[in-house]
Design a protein around this ligand. Structure first.
Ligand code: LLP
Length: 417
């Protein structure tokens, strides 16, 4: 593993990725720009594998975090499968070279047509409500296996919007409805090949995963043909210098023991699945933005950049903290800034940040822009989405072009008015 797992906010360390100067890359492809470091992604995969080396681990990358084809191909090259929540994510996965059987299809609140489409594509199916299970049984009987997503009734996650395993969440089938699940499975002789739990995102405490595991272990007694247990994801990553990520090593040790015990009682060794998004790509990504304006008011200094909530919605949507570094002026005197976007809303990317002096034209690196940054971006204010660059094998490769006005107008139908 390389030395990049340690959190740093040293501008000189951030500025060079695999020996390449981000300022040069920015000059070549223009700002704003998403840049992803393949080495960091590979490191994260390695860390997870090492922590779970005692079990038959399968990693299914949660494509929703970052769906660029080249990133998916990188995952594929590392022996990773895919977690898709829409037919489109699965289709992109197939284009990237995944076999249908390597893709777990875990949609929520979709019509049964979409489930059938998934079956026709040969995907592995994960169902999270009773009426779908009934439809599934009626349609396929014992001929197509499926996994069941359970709602473990655990409240966990970085904030309420990303907590999805509590009793009032729309996700999963309540463990209180186990009787109904079992009745349907028996009625239609459905082959349940896996059980799944996912309680939320940005979960720090390994105990939460262990609690969720116990819920699935208890439920497993009802199903004799299981092949895997999918523990979802939600590992917390570091967003700032004093931030603690989920201790994957500790979780690996504890869950391995619990899982082995479970398998022994179950009578067979099952596969242990995780489907990380953030853990694999969040820290691998930077959003590079250029400073348009430095504006001093009676109370603060704003650094206005050529990006905003259209490229990184997380600070606005979840009050997420993203570290910001001035990579153009690493030795500049520290001053306090509000880093804001160019969108006609208050799109503060970083409030009251001590940064090396910012000058117009400087490039700021916004960290943790690998997960849920591009994938949640928009054309709000009719702004273009930036290009994406993957740094791989010591080279910076363009993996998505910057949008143009044609992209924005493509599907508009102009009528005479
Ligand atoms: N599996 C399931 C069933 C999920 O719903 C999710 C995320 C994941 C795996 C991946 O979780 P992760 O490893 O990324 O925590 N947009 C929000 C996060 C939403 C997560 C949705 N589900 C954010 O930017 O914080």
């Amino acid at each position: 593993m390389s030395e990049i797992s340690v959190f740093t906010d040293n501008p000189l360390e951030i500025r060079y990725v695999q020996g390449l100067d981000l300022l040069d890359i920015c000059k070549q492809y223009g700002a704003p720009l998403y840049v992803y470091n393949a080495d960091k992604i590979i490191d994260q995969i390695e860390q997870l594998r090492q922590s779970f080396s005692g079990v038959n681990l399968k990693i299914k990358y949660a494509a929703k975090a970052l769906t660029n084809l080249s990133v998916l191909k990188l995952m594929k090259s590392q022996g990773i499968g895919l977690d898709a929540v829409s037919i489109q994510e699965a289709q992109i996965g197939l284009i990237a070279g995944f076999k249908p059987s390597e893709i777990l299809f875990s949609p929520n609140c979709v019509s049964f047509d979409e489930i059938q489409e998934g079956v026709n594509m040969g995907l592995r199916i994960n169902l999270d409500n009773l009426s779908m299970l009934e439809n599934f049984g009626q349609t396929y009987g014992n001929s197509v296996p499926c996994c069941i997503r359970l709602n473990p009734h655990i409240f966990a996650g970085g904030n309420a919007k990303i907590s999805v395993g509590h009793i009032d969440s729309k996700f999963g089938i309540s463990t209180h409805q186990m009787k109904e699940i079992v009745a349907l499975v028996e009625k239609y002789n459905i082959h349940i090949n896996g059980l799944h739990v996912h309680t939320g995102s940005d979960i720090l405490d390994p105990e939460v995963f262990l609690l969720g595991a116990q819920v699935v272990f208890d439920a497993a007694a009802h199903f004799s043909d299981l092949e895997f247990i999918d523990f979802g994801s939600g590992f917390k990553v570091a967003y700032k210098a004093d931030d603690h990520p989920t201790d994957i090593t500790d979780l690996g040790k504890k869950l391995t023991i619990a899982f082995k015990n479970f398998c022994q009682n179950y009578g067979r060794e099952l596969e242990l699945w995780f489907e990380p998004g953030k853990f694999l790509v969040s820290e691998a990504g930077l959003l590079l933005v250029k400073v348009n304006v430095v504006k001093t008011t009676p109370v603060s200094i704003f650094a206005g950049v050529d990006s905003g909530q259209n490229h990184l919605i997380r600070p606005m949507m979840y009050d997420a903290y993203h570290n910001i570094i001035n990579i153009s002026n690493p030795k500049g005197k520290k001053r306090t800034y509000n880093v804001v976007g160019y969108i006609c809303e208050t799109d503060t990317l970083g409030n009251s940040r001590d940064l090396n002096e910012i000058r117009v034209g400087d490039i700021l690196a916004i960290k943790n822009a690998g997960a849920y940054a591009f994938s949640m971006s928009s054309n709000y204010n009719s702004r273009f989405r930036p290009a994406e660059v993957l740094i791989i094998y010591g080279e910076a490769k363009l993996i998505r072009k910057r949008e143009t006005l044609e992209d924005i107008l493509r599907n508009q139908v102009e009528i005479d008015v």
